[in-house]
Design a binder for this molecule. Structure first.
Ligand code: NAD
Length: 519
């Protein structure tokens, strides 16, 4: 292990912004190619980062394999592994303001969101995984079974080398959802960050090293998804892949994982979340809830409530209120604490969102508000909060993930119809139900095809509850009490307690008793 804790960033006089390197086998590694990390609000350069390729991915996997085979980390008692995760949580907590500001600069989320999702949430998630590691049954006596008498032991063992691939929207939180349980269970990890947002993961590597994680147990590579991500998904020496991203890429990852070595996969993919307002809802609260549901991080959240289902009886009044409330949203520099809405991650994402608004018009929807680049934003990648009405569920804008500040409003007349519309989707990640009658809302929630349903709120992803998708929104679950199951293999060891074995099984197949060994 290295004795001094280096910063991931270089600040030499040759570069006017920090330069981040990869973290492989306990060393900070540079490459000849670089990425420029751009602030999506200002288009200014935030930092540069080494651009990893196949060689760095291979080196990271080899280091992770060596560390796993040496077994220092996985042989530690779980409480010792938990202590390392807790030390990292403490270190990140102490740096939360700095980490939140950096996340806002590289990813564009308003500061309050970065503070929550890139600072407070990872800290609390790490503490949760540490606590899980303390009480997880890594080895437990199995039941003693009568009839054919045997007892045994049921073990959960680490899988080996786990690759984690994360997107740019909540880079640190989504990395911790994978790294936390993987390390708690004793695995080695190679993390591939999104090319646009690598900084949080590299800072995490620094804190893991400072907390005493052995070299090679955690490695971070950047790199293009189609190159480094695809290479990890197909790598024969990677045993598990935890992926968060689009359903399109998730499908490729699962295919490569299956074809290469049947690696275990957890996939957290896209969504087109229905947000159902029941007729008895507190409408004032539901209007603001609908905004929170679709506009958080400018709609760049997989679990967003992007299909708002309104009873026909309140539709027009609700939309009017919604549009009025959206006019009060302050669009501006996400580092300014008074800003409510930040930019999209890139020019490409902005243009994609604007194309969907055009498509909505062509499909017959009405743009009730927004749909443009806000006036006065000549730098950065902005789109106004946009509400589309007259949307029907067969339109592409209602079926495809837009990943921007765009809300589709649909009408329904009966609750059954609302549920049918909600479930008529390839996705099934998250949904909302608004009602003043919790029992009625629970009934609806039970009938929705979604991995998470929130009643009278939205975006309530919390470490105590499993998170993941039905249908094409994913495979497996992250968080929750079973999070460690996804990063362990179950092993049954069974011990015969039958004193005279021939009388039992072999006696049935072999008509004569076994001769004595010396005969
Ligand atoms: P993306 O699928 O394009 O990229 C995600 C990650 O995969 C990136 O690190 C990228 O470099 C990598 N990648 C790209 N091609 C790859 C390949 N062929 N093989 C392996 N890795 C590859 O997603 P994005 O546009 O960056 O992120 C937004 C998407 O992520 C949305 O669809 C959103 O719904 C989804 N998402 C899901 C969750 C969830 O928990 N379900 C959370 C956040 C985001």
């Amino acid at each position: 292990m290295t004795s001094t804790i280096e910063s991931p960033a270089l600040t030499s006089s040759e570069v006017s912004v920090p330069h981040y390197r990869l973290f492989i086998d306990g060393e900070w590694v540079d490459t000849s190619e670089q990425y420029v990390i751009v602030n999506p609000a200002t288009e200014e350069t935030v930092a540069t980062a080494a651009k990893g390729g196949i060689d760095q991915a291979d080196a990271a996997v080899a280091a992770a394999r060596r560390a796993f085979d040496q077994g220092i980390w996985r042989s530690l008692p779980p409480v010792r592994r938990a202590a390392v995760l807790e030390a990292v949580a403490d270190a990140l907590e102490a740096r939360s303001e700095e980490l939140a500001a950096t996340a806002t600069r590289e990813g564009g989320a308003p500061l309050y969101l970065s503070m929550g999702l890139n600072a407070i949430t990872p800290v609390s998630n790490l503490r949760y995984f540490a606590e899980l590691a303390r009480r997880y049954q890594f080895e437990a006596p199995g039941p003693v079974v009568g009839g054919i008498a045997h007892g045994g032991v049921i073990r959960r063992e680490p899988i080996g080398v786990c690759a984690a691939i994360v997107p740019w929207n909540f880079p640190l939180a989504l990395a911790v959802w994978k790294i936390g349980p993987a390390l708690a269970a004793g695995n080695s990890v190679v993390l591939k960050t999104d090319e646009k947002t690598p900084i949080g993961a590299l800072e995490l590597a620094r804190e893991l090293q400072a907390a005493g994680l052995p070299d090679g147990v955690f490695n971070v590579v950047t790199g293009d998804g189609e190159v480094v991500g695809a290479h990890l998904a197909a790598h024969p020496d990677v045993n598990k892949i935890g992926f968060t991203g689009s359903s399109e890429v998730g499908r490729k990852v699962a295919e490569a994982a299956g074809r290469s070595n049947l690696k275990r996969v957890t996939l957290e993919l896209g969504g087109k979340g229905p947000n159902i307002v029941l007729a008895d809802a507190d409408m004032q609260m539901a209007v603001d809830g609908a905004i929170w549901g679709f506009l958080m991080h400018a709609g760049q959240a997989c679990e967003s409530g992007t299909r708002l289902l309104l009873p026909s009886s309140v539709h027009d009044r609700f939309v009017e209120r919604l549009v009025d409330r959206l006019a009060t949203v302050r669009i501006g520099d996400p580092l300014d604490p008074t800003s409510n809405l930040g930019p999209l991650i890139s020019a490409a994402q902005r243009d994609r969102v604007l194309r969907y608004v055009e498509l909505a018009r062509v499909e017959g929807a009405t743009v009730a508000c927004g749909g443009r680049v806000p006036a006065g934003t000549d730098k950065g990648y902005w789109v106004e909060p946009t509400v589309l009405t007259d949307v029907t569920n067969d339109m592409r804008v209602a079926r495809e993930e837009i990943f921007g500040p765009v809300l589709c409003v649909l009408r329904y007349d009966t609750v059954d119809e609302a549920i049918e519309i909600a479930n008529d989707s390839d996705f099934g990640l998250a949904a909302g139900v608004w009602s003043s009658n919790v029992d009625a809302a629970l009934d609806v929630a039970r009938r929705l095809e979604a991995g998470s349903v929130w009643i009278n709120d939205f975006h309530m992803a919390n470490e105590n509850y499993p998170f993941g998708g039905f249908k094409q929104s994913g495979v497996g679950r992250e968080l929750g009490v079973n999070a460690l199951d996804a990063y362990t293999e179950a092993k049954s060891i069974q011990i015969s307690m039958e004193p005279d074995i021939q009388k039992r099984a072999y006696g049935l197949a072999l008509s004569t008793p076994a001769p004595a060994w010396g005969d």
